[in-house]
Design a protein around this ligand. Structure first.
Ligand SMILES: Nc1ncnc2c1ncn2[C@@H]1O[C@H](COP(=O)(O)OP(=O)(O)O)[C@@H](O)[C@H]1O
Ligand SMILES: [Mg+2]
Length: 282
């Protein structure tokens, strides 16, 4: 197989049209990304892509390499090898600032909120709006906070309280609203519901559905297979730092996904990754 050379046989205009179509819907492509820590291959030749308005769930056991892989996209770690494309163009992502410049924002489990101040102050932390007199424009910040939060979480009313008084689900919406205010087009959520009860988990699910409606693309790292089947369009499973496979959720069953996680066995409905075991062994 030598597809690179074969493309010279295809008419130029055709290949250009195809490329433009793909670039319009695929917002992130990660190709063969690797990183090692002192000889340990935390992530090895992992590839994954994300389309506009799509939720891709990343699953796998603890230590499988999910957080590390996604940190190559958020710029928290610099990859040793691999190519990352954003909207079809090769991207330079060497630190979190680079990632943000491409509209990639990460919601960390810790949320990184300033506990003692209110929602508006958290949304504008470090980039406060000011009046023409140079004083803080609290009115404008609260108005914008109400607008963004109203879209994400219409029932939220606790604008005057410090965020430490809010529930876990509400805090999650504040962190997401902040990313949206930063013009996030691509959100990375690493186990957003790990510390939440069932009701709050459901609330975060509603947030994700709302973000998806707004055309935001999401990488969702999750442990909860039910959540994944409810919220995600596609699943990707990692094991021992490698990608086992990826599949649209409609093409795999829960048991298929469990087999991917536990055994590294890639089902027929999925695209095999380098981490999939030979099916004869399964
Ligand atoms: N900063 C680091 N230094 C050394 N090893 C690390 C570091 N970050 C992650 N690892 C290792 O990489 C592997 C993958 O970890 P991680 O990405 O956190 O897994 P997951 O998120 O799937 O639970 C683990 O073996 C972990 O110990
Ligand atoms: Mg993790």
């Amino acid at each position: 197989m030598n597809s690179k050379h074969e493309t010279t046989n295809v008419s130029d205009s055709n290949s250009i049209t195809k490329q433009t179509d793909e670039a319009a819907t695929t917002v992130i492509e990660m190709h063969d990304c690797s990183i090692s820590f002192g000889g340990i291959h935390a992530v090895q030749n992992a590839s994954l892509s994300l389309k506009k308005g799509e939720v891709v769930a990343l699953l796998g056991h603890n230590g499988a390499g999910k957080s590390t892989f996604i940190k190559l996209l958020s710029g928290a770690y610099k990859r040793d090898t691999g190519v990352i494309k954003v909207r079809g163009e090769e991207a330079t992502i060497n630190n979190p600032r680079d990632a943000k410049s491409y509209g990639i924002e990460t919601i960390y489990q810790t949320l990184a909120l300033a506990d003692n101040v209110d929602t508006a102050a958290n949304l504008y932390l470090g980039r406060e709006l000011r009046t023409v007199w140079g004083t803080l424009d609290d009115v404008a910040m609260e108005a914008k906070a109400r607008e963004v939060m109203g879209r994400l979480n219409p029932r939220f009313q606790r604008f005057k309280e410090p965020v430490k008084a809010l529930s876990g689900g509400q805090r999650q919406s504040v962190a997401i609203a902040r990313a949206i205010l930063f013009d996030a087009q691509i959100l990375i959520m690493d186990e957003p519901t790990a510390a939440l009860g069932p009701q709050e988990t459901a609330q975060v699910g509603e947030l994700i559905k709302q973000l998806k409606k707004d055309g935001i693309s999401i990488f969702l790292i999750s442990h909860d297979i039910e959540d994944v089947f409810e919220l995600a369009d596609s699943v990707a499973v990692m094991k021992n730092g490698q990608m086992v496979g990826t599949a649209p959720v409609s093409d795999v069953t829960r048991d298929d996904v469990l087999g991917m996680i536990i055994l590294g066995k890639c089902p027929p409905g999925a695209v095999r990754g380098p981490g999939a075991i030979d099916t004869e062994l399964a």
